[in-house]
Design a protein around this ligand. Structure first.
Ligand SMILES: NC(=O)C1=CN([C@@H]2O[C@H](COP(=O)(O)OP(=O)(O)OC[C@H]3O[C@@H](n4cnc5c(N)ncnc54)[C@H](O)[C@@H]3O)[C@@H](O)[C@H]2O)C=CC1
Ligand SMILES: O=C(O)[C@H](O)CS(=O)(=O)O
Length: 491
C-alpha cells in the first residue's frame, strides 16, 4: 500500500466526468440512504462518496425506465443507432479520463483500463449498428390462406447487476444490445466500482439518449436491489455477471415472475499445452490469459495443464517471464499487475497456495504478499498440482498459476471437463486432427486455440453448465433483449 492520496478530480482532463450521484429519468439524484465510500484498492484511501439509493428509489428508477421505453422502442433502428454512435464517440474521446477513473476505483494498470474502455465502447459501436438489423421473418403458411409473420420486439425494461472486475465493459456489453433492441435499462454497478458506471450516465446524457432510457442506481445493498429487480413486475429482463453462487440466488428470485434472465457466471478455465505446441507462444498466451486484470477475470486460465514432455521447459520459461512482471500502483507508469480488489481476494489466493503446498505441490515463484503490502500480491507459480487440490475445483481469481502435468489427450480432456463450470478453455497444439478433437471435446462455451485472449464484441461470449445462460456480444447478443411475436395472417 502506498501513502499517496488519490485526488481523482485533479487527474482528469474533464473533472465534470467525476459524478457521484445516481442517474434516474434524466435527473441527477442524491441517495435516500446517504452515501457509501469508494476506495482506491492500491492506496486504500477514499476517493469518492457515492449516492446510496434506497430500494424505493430503485423502484422509482424502474418506473422511469418503463415510462421511457415505449417511446424509445418507437424510434427507428437508424435513429437509435445515431445516438448510440454518439455515446461510443464520447467514450473514445474521453478514453483517458474514463481509464483513470476505472484504475482509481478498480486497481488495474492504466493501460489495461484504457483498453477496457475501448473494449466497452466496442459493444456500443457494434450494437448501435445492429439496431438497424433486427429482422423478422416470413414463414410459408400451414394452410393455403395463411401466412406466418415473425416480428422481433424489445422485451421492455432490462435491469443489470455487474461486478467490479470490468466496471465499464460488463455494463456496456449488456446496455448496448438492450438499447439497440429498444429496451430501457437500469444498471446497478458493484459497490466497489460505481464511478465507472455513473460516468456512462454523464455520457449518455451528453449523447442525447432520452431521459429514463439509461439509468444508474448505485447502492451498497446488493440484495435489496436484486430483490427489487426480481419482484418489480415492470422489469422483464435481468442480466447478471458475477459468481455462480449469486447467479443461483437471482435465478430463484426471478422465477416468481418468470423473468427472462441472462447469467454470465464463474469459470474455471483450463489452459492446456500439448507437446507439439509452440512453447514460446504458449507462454505468452498463458501470461495474457492468466495475468490479465491480475487474474481477476472469469475467463482467466485457472488450471494450466502441461504435457509431460514439455512440462519442465514450459515451467522454466513461464517463471522467467513472470518474474519480470512489475507489481505496482495502476496509476503509475510501468505497472504490469495492480492490486487485488480487497483483502478477501488476497486471502483466497493464499488459501489456494497453502492447500496446494500442504498436499504436495511446490512453489517455484512468488507466494507472498508483495513488498507493497495492502492488497498487493506477487505473481505465483506452483508445480506438481493435482485434481484433488482446491485450485482445481474453485476459481482462484488472482495471480496464481498452478501447473498440472498430464500424459495423454484423453486424460487431459477428462480433467479439463471435470468441473461444474464451462465458460472459457484454451489449448496450444499444432496437429490439426488433435486441434479438432480437443476443440470438440471441451465442454465449454468458449475455446481459444493457440491464443490466450478470446474477448471481442464480434463473438458470442458465454458459458455452458453452471457458468451461465445466454450469450453476450456478436449478432446473437441482441436476441437476449428481444421477444419473438408470431402473427398468423389469414389472406
Ligand atoms: N463472472 C465474472 O466475471 C465474475 C466472477 N466472480 C467470481 O465470484 C467471486 C466473488 O466475487 P464477488 O464480486 O463477490 O461476486 P458476486 O457474485 O458476489 O458479486 C457480483 C455482483 O453481484 C452483486 N451481488 C452480490 N450478492 C447479491 C445478491 N444477493 N443480490 C443481488 N446482487 C448481489 C455484487 O454486489 C456485485 O455487484 C470471485 O472471486 C469470482 O470467483 C466475481 C466477479 C465477476
Ligand atoms: O469480456 C471479458 O473478457 C470478460 O467477460 C471479463 S469476465 O466476465 O470474464 O470477467
Amino acid at each position: 500500500m502506498t501513502d499517496a492520496k488519490t485526488d481523482l478530480k485533479s487527474l482528469l482532463k474533464d473533472p465534470s466526468l467525476l459524478e457521484t450521484r445516481a442517474y434516474i429519468g434524466g435527473q441527477w439524484v442524491e441517495g435516500d440512504d446517504g452515501t457509501f465510500d469508494v476506495t482506491n484498492p492500491a492506496r486504500g484511501d477514499v476517493i469518492a462518496q457515492v449516492a446510496d439509493l434506497s430500494r424505493a428509489q430503485v423502484a422509482g428508477a424502474i418506473a422511469q425506465a418503463e415510462k421511457a421505453q415505449k417511446d424509445w422502442a418507437a424510434w427507428t433502428g437508424k435513429e437509435r443507432a445515431a445516438v448510440l454512435r454518439k455515446w461510443f464517440d464520447l467514450m473514445m474521446e474521453n478514453q483517458d479520463d474514463l481509464g483513470t477513473i476505472l484504475t482509481a476505483e478498480q486497481g488495474k494498470p492504466l493501460a489495461e483500463a484504457k483498453g477496457e474502455i475501448a473494449y466497452g465502447a466496442s459493444f456500443i459501436e457494434f450494437f448501435g449498428e445492429e439496431a438497424k438489423r433486427v429482422y423478422g421473418e416470413m414463414i410459408p403458411g400451414h394452410q393455403r390462406d395463411k401466412r406466418i409473420m415473425v416480428m422481433k420486439q424489445p422485451i421492455g425494461v432490462a435491469a443489470s447487476i455487474t461486478p467490479w472486475n470490468f466496471p465499464n465493459a460488463m455494463i456496456t456489453r449488456k446496455a448496448a444490445p438492450a438499447l439497440a433492441a429498444g429496451c430501457s435499462f437500469v444498471a446497478r454497478p458493484a459497490a466497489e466500482t460505481p464511478l465507472s458506471a455513473i460516468v456512462m450516465g454523464v455520457l449518455a446524457e451528453r449523447a442525447g439518449i432520452p431521459a429514463g432510457v439509461f439509468n444508474v442506481v448505485p447502492s451498497s445493498s446488493s440484495s435489496a436491489v436484486g430483490k427489487e429487480f426480481c419482484e418489480n413486475p415492470a422489469v422483464r429482463k435481468l442480466t447478471f455477471t458475477g459468481s455462480t453462487e449469486v447467479g443461483r440466488i437471482l435465478l430463484k428470485q426471478a422465477a416468481d415472475q418468470v423473468m427472462k434472465c441472462s447469467m454470465e457466471l464463474g469459470g474455471n478455465a483450463p489452459f492446456i499445452v500439448f507437446d507439439d505446441a509452440d512453447l514460446d507462444a504458449a507462454v505468452e498466451g498463458a501470461i495474457m490469459c492468466k495475468f490479465r486484470n491480475n487474474g481477476q477475470t472469469c475467463v482467466c486460465a485457472n488450471r494450466i495443464y502441461v504435457q509431460a514432455g514439455v512440462y519442465d521447459a514450459f515451467a522454466a520459461k513461464l517463471k522467467d517471464r513472470v518474474s519480470q512482471m512489475k507489481v505496482g500502483d495502476g496509476l503509475e507508469e510501468g505497472t504490469d499487475l495492480g492490486p487485488l480488489i480487497n483483502p478477501e481476494a488476497s486471502d483466497k489466493v493464499q488459501e489456494h497456495i497453502k492447500d496446494a503446498v500442504d498436499n504436495g505441490a511446490e512453489i517455484i515463484l512468488g507466494n507472498a504478499k508483495d513488498d507493497m503490502g495492502g492488497n498487493f500480491f506477487g505473481p505465483t507459480i506452483v508445480t506438481g498440482v493435482t485434481q484433488d487440490m482446491k485450485v482445481a475445483k474453485e476459481e482462484t481469481f488472482g495471480p496464481l498459476a498452478p501447473l498440472f502435468k498430464f500424459e495423454d489427450v484423453d486424460d487431459v480432456i477428462a480433467m479439463a471437463n471435470d468441473t461444474i463450470f464451462g465458460l472459457a478453455s484454451y489449448f496450444y497444439a499444432k496437429d490439426l486432427s488433435r486441434v479438432y478433437k480437443v476443440a470438440e471435446a471441451l465442454e465449454y462455451g468458449i475455446v481459444g486455440v493457440n491464443t490466450g485472449i478470446i474477448s471481442t464484441e464480434l463473438a458470442p461470449f458465454g458459458g455452458v453448465k453452471q457458468s451461465g445462460l445466454g450469450r453476450e456480444g456478436s449478432h446473437h447478443g441482441i436476441e437476449d433483449y428481444l421477444e419473438m411475436k408470431y402473427v398468423c395472417l389469414s389472406v
